[in-house]
Design a protein around this ligand. Structure first.
Ligand SMILES: Nc1ncnc2c1ncn2[C@@H]1O[C@H](COP(=O)(O)OP(=O)(O)O)[C@@H](O)[C@H]1O
Ligand SMILES: [Mg+2]
Length: 335
């Protein structure tokens, strides 16, 4: 997993508590994170909600107030000791993450389930591009010259999409939610140095799941140029590729999902692999429909105004993120 806050102790698995007692209707998630990460996640999640995605309702508890919860938390997890971080309190979304679905789940899916999923993922990908989220289906990275590129050989982070299955033997999908909705335009990374961002992004290449693009190689050297403008250029290119029905983004997302599905289900037989690949290929058209639907949704003036307002109301938000949203909005309205 990558793209999380830089401090090592933030990445401890103990920082996330999934509270779910079958005897009570209370299902919540506590996520400890840096104050800047908390604001960005809250803003991006609210923008995703305005866009029409199913996301958790998130509230932020300040580090001072959150510290009183450390002692009760230790009863659940004795090793738990976060530093002075904010606490995000959110609904626990119903279902299983895409990365936790089993081979049996995937093999049961009918074509309608695949199509529904791909259409939804296409739509969510347009929102992710709009806010600058590289931690789901679209995987991008920054090069030394400052430009952003789609990474080669991508694998989706299925941990950030939650699928709930229909009760009838799990053949279809009842709902899809998105969690961990965040942006690369992050105040804590930007204020320390851009090298920090690369520490996070280097995670892309650690397990060999994604290799850097052949010519433009991301580097730990600080890239020159304005990050918001550079990312906006990339956004424009991606949007125009969708408008012109080019396959660059479509192929990237398709490969990214396929790779993560296969990675999650080791020991596929050739027959199983072929079956799932066929279903996925048959739903590629739905992914294209989702991308176009997402673009139409992004172009709505009402959505763009709401997104801007949500970001402006948050005082800890990165200026880069505000600039990026503004540049994107202007461009979308000119289409
Ligand atoms: N709101 C939520 N509802 C259900 N599960 C969640 C929720 N938030 C987090 N999780 C679970 O915890 C995991 C890690 O949370 P996430 O917010 O993705 O943190 P990280 O920044 O470490 O990726 C998710 O992959 C998911 O399994
Ligand atoms: Mg995550």
């Amino acid at each position: 997993m990558f793209g999380s806050a830089p401090a090592e102790n933030v990445l401890s698995p103990d920082r996330i508590a999934l509270l779910s007692d079958p005897k009570t209707p209370v299902k919540m998630v506590f996520k400890w994170t840096t104050p800047f990460d908390a604001s960005t996640e809250q803003v991006c999640t609210k923008i995703a909600e305005a866009f029409g995605l199913s996301v958790p309702d998130i509230q932020t508890v300040s580090p001072k107030r959150a510290s009183v919860l450390i002692s009760p938390m230790k009863k659940f997890k004795p090793a738990f000791s976060p530093p002075a971080f904010s606490l995000l309190v959110m609904d626990r979304m119903k279902g299983t993450t895409l990365s936790s679905l089993t081979k049996e789940n995937f093999l049961k899916f009918n074509l309608e389930a695949w199509q529904r999923m791909m259409r939804h993922f296409g739509k969510a990908s347009m929102l992710d591009l709009f806010i600058g989220n590289f931690d789901r289906f679209v995987r991008f990275d920054r090069c030394v010259d400052g430009s952003f590129v789609l990474v080669d050989n991508p694998s989706a982070n299925g941990g950030n999409a939650i699928i709930s299955l229909t009760p009838q033997r799990g053949k279809n999908i009842a709902g899809i939610s998105m969690i961990d909705t965040n942006s690369i335009l992050h105040p804590s990374r930007e204020s320390s140095s851009d090298t920090d961002a690369f520490v996070g992004l280097d995670g892309l290449f650690e397990d060999g799941c994604c290799t850097p693009p052949p010519k433009k190689t991301p580097s730990p050297l600080k890239p020159q140029g304005n990050k918001a403008e550079d990312l906006h250029q990339f956004f424009q290119t991606m949007v125009l590729s969708v408008v012109n029905r080019e396959k660059i983004l479509l192929d990237h997302i398709f490969k990214s999902i396929l790779k993560s599905v296969k990675e999650g289900c080791e020991s596929w037989t050739q027959e199983e692999s072929d079956l799932v690949l066929k279903q996925l290929e048959d739903s590629e058209e739905a992914l294209q429909v989702g991308l176009l639907e997402g673009l139409e949704q992004l172009k709505k003036r009402e959505f763009l105004e709401t997104a801007q307002k949500i970001a402006e109301e948050e005082e800890d938000i990165a200026k880069d993120l505000l600039d990026y949203l503004q540049l994107n909005s202007k461009f979308l309205l000119s289409l």
